[in-house]
Design a protein around this ligand. Structure first.
Ligand code: GTP
Ligand code: SPV
Ligand code: MN
Length: 596
């Protein structure tokens, strides 16, 4: 096979084999026949359980170690020669320490196992957007997920050639002990080392590790952006416009990317096209616009809450050839999760391996969750009914609007438009959101999550904001920048906005604003839709709800200013002066408003 041609790759594989001491080394060729063989092997070894093949053709069940079901941000490090290059929001370790610590864990950890070598391309093979990685792993679960999430195998090796650049992605499950868990990034060496976890973002190294942390570092050097964003196309009257949106983990990217137009707007003939649900790579096009490409080939989506009412496209996408992780496994070899599809199985096994029955309560009378809140499905993007015909276009798609968002019970209105690119960067840089189950930590706690990249930016975020400002200058026609919040609640704790498909009403206003149309009211934080700015036909909102959804309360926003100031101060001299100017500008606008 062609792999012996790339001397650097071969040397690294040989060296890792000597260290990990696997029984054998296997190079992934990426063929369909190979996938079938590996699936059989995974079933024989007990890593995967085949589901009822009539109901779920080609699909399998997997259960993680119960201590390994979400990203572990406290064990995730940026290892740069200089500590300040990682910035105040990342954990830092010196490269020497990172390599030494992980070496100890990897040494001999692959004994009795196969070491797989997965050449993969993030982005269509050969696209100017794309980057090549090679993941070495001793986990067949990781291999089978990578086959769905990335383009893999011989075609990638051919593209890599004898001296192409690639990201070294080294993964070992070790014993899945948290004590041996480390997710290390060496951007100066174009390398990732991950030990002791088999969970998605910790172990599928093409995803958050390469496509965001390493790629964001490279993007800054090379003049582009690697972002935690979905990409979607909105077609009307034969014309399709594209938007990207960055929301923190488990805050609605997959759902928005696969939106189905609501009843009331159907008459207008909208069609929504999905291009990506988690990561977007953005470049300045020859035309001076911002162009986007999804580097992934599959979806690794949150299962709970996904059903044919909330997200029918996701349900259709996972109808076959999918892997379900940490959901309920029915005794009838079905899968189920809370707020899922159809009836739960009469009996089954919960995500943590315990016997489970619907309606089961714990000692305090609380319902026992069958699926972990961060349980996931892995499904090929090409199976999505709304996948755009051009989703693999090597040139990407031109972006009209960039949308930031978070999960805020209060404060942030349903939607607002920033005044210009620089103000948009301020809006992105100050996004805050309630923590979800996608990462280990206290769920619900509000934290700043700039551009939804807090856990994923591979360098000093002060410099990252500066890079965003510079990108605006490099664009002849920058997209307009918006902020949305689907999660505002009333006094009783109920969501004010129905969300999901209804979010198209907000996108419609966003695109109208991009064309210089759409009715808006100016507020201190930006433009919000005028009372009759959103098309709400066919949607019944109770009295006063729209006002509550769009309300910008200057007192509440003034209360945010200290938090933003404290957050900005953490960056010291790397925080662009322009953002301090934006904060001052907002403070002044709020003062005038509260005084008036
Ligand atoms: P990651 O894959 O972790 O990056 O998450 P994501 O941003 O793709 O989030 P996803 O679309 O999977 O949604 C996460 C949760 O938010 C699910 O429980 C959804 O049901 C819920 N959700 C998504 N969109 C909406 C919405 O418009 N309104 C409300 N109330 N909930 C939503
Ligand atoms: C997220 O947590 O943002 C995800 C899942 O998309 S993971 O692959 O674990 O990062
Ligand atoms: Mn994500």
């Amino acid at each position: 096979m062609a792999h012996s041609m790339h001397a650097g790759l071969k040397a690294w594989v040989d060296e890792t084999e000597k260290l990990g001491k696997p029984d054998q080394v296997y190079w992934i060729d990426g063929s369909a026949a190979e996938r079938v063989r590996l699936l059989k092997r995974a079933v024989a070894r007990g890593f995967l359980i085949p589901l009822d093949q009539d109901r779920y053709p080609g699909s399998f069940y997997s259960r993680s170690n119960p201590n390994d079901v979400a990203r572990t941000e406290h064990l995730t490090y940026i290892c740069t020669a200089k500590k300040e290059d990682a910035g105040p929001t990342n954990n830092w370790m010196s490269p020497a320490e990172g390599y030494a610590k992980s070496k100890q864990i990897i040494a001999g950890s692959m004994k009795g196992r196969t070491m797989y070598v997965i050449p993969f391309s993030m982005g269509p093979v050969g696209s100017p957007f794309s980057k090549i990685g090679v993941e070495i792993t001793d986990s067949l679960y990781v291999v089978l997920n990578m086959l769905i999430m990335a383009r893999t195998g011989v075609k990638v090796l051919e593209r890599l050639g004898t001296d192409g650049a690639f990201t070294k992605c080294l993964h070992t499950r070790a014993d899945l002990d948290v004590k041996n868990r480390l997710i290390l990034h060496f951007p100066e060496d174009n390398a990732v080392v991950s030990t002791g976890s088999a969970y998605g973002g910790n172990a599928l190294l093409g995803k958050k590790c390469l496509a965001l942390r390493i790629a964001s570092w490279q993007a800054r050097q090379e003049g582009w952006l690697a972002e935690h964003m979905l990409i979607l196309g909105i077609e009307k009257d034969g014309k399709t416009e594209y938007v990207t949106a960055a929301f923190p983990s488990a805050c609605g990217k997959t759902n928005l990317a696969m939106l189905i137009p609501p009843q009331g707007l159907k008459a207008k003939g909208y069609r929504i096209w999905t291009l990506g649900d988690d990561i977007a790579w953005l470049r300045v096009g020859a035309d001076g616009r911002l162009w986007a490409c999804n580097p992934e080939a599959g979806f690794f989506g949150v299962a709970p809450g996904t059903n044919s009412k909330s997200n029918p496209n996701a349900i259709a996408t996972m109808r076959a050839n999918s892997i379900f992780t940490n959901v309920v496994l029915g005794d009838d070899l079905s899968v189920w999760w809370e707020d899922g599809e159809g009836e739960p199985p009469a009996s089954g096994t919960a995500w943590d391996g315990r016997p489970w029955k619907p309606g089961q309560k714990d000692a305090d009378g609380k319902p026992v969750l069958g699926a972990h809140p961060n349980s996931r499905f892995t499904a090929p993007a090409g199976q999505c009914p709304s996948i755009a015909a051009n989703w693999e276009d090597p040139q990407g798609v031109p972006i009209s609007a960039v949308i930031f968002g978070g999960r805020r019970e209060r404060l942030a209105p349903l939607v607002f438009e920033s005044f210009d690119w620089a103000h948009g960067v301020y809006v992105g840089a100050t996004v805050a959101s309630e923590r979800t189950a996608a990462a280990v930590g206290a769920v619900g706690e509000v934290r700043r999550d700039p551009m939804a990249m807090l856990p994923f930016c591979g360098y000093d975020m002060g410099e990252y904001f500066g890079h965003w400002l510079a990108m605006g200058k490099a664009l002849k026609t920058p997209p307009k920048v918006f902020h949305v919040n689907w999660f505002r609640k009333d006094a009783k704790g109920k969501f004010l906005w129905p969300g999901y498909g209804e979010n198209l009403r907000v996108l419609e206003w966003v695109l109208a604003r991009c064309r210089g149309e759409g009715k808006a009211e100016k507020t201190p934080i930006g433009f919000v839709p005028a009372k009759d700015g959103l098309d709400l036909s066919g949607l019944e909102l109770s009295n006063g709800t729209l006002g509550e959804l769009l309300a910008v309360k200057p007192e509440e926003w003034s209360g945010e200013l200290d938090g933003v100031k404290a957050f900005f101060e953490r960056f010291g001299k790397t925080l662009p002066k322009e953002l301090w100017g934006q904060l001052d500008g907002l403070r002044d606008r709020l003062k005038t408003k509260t005084a008036a």
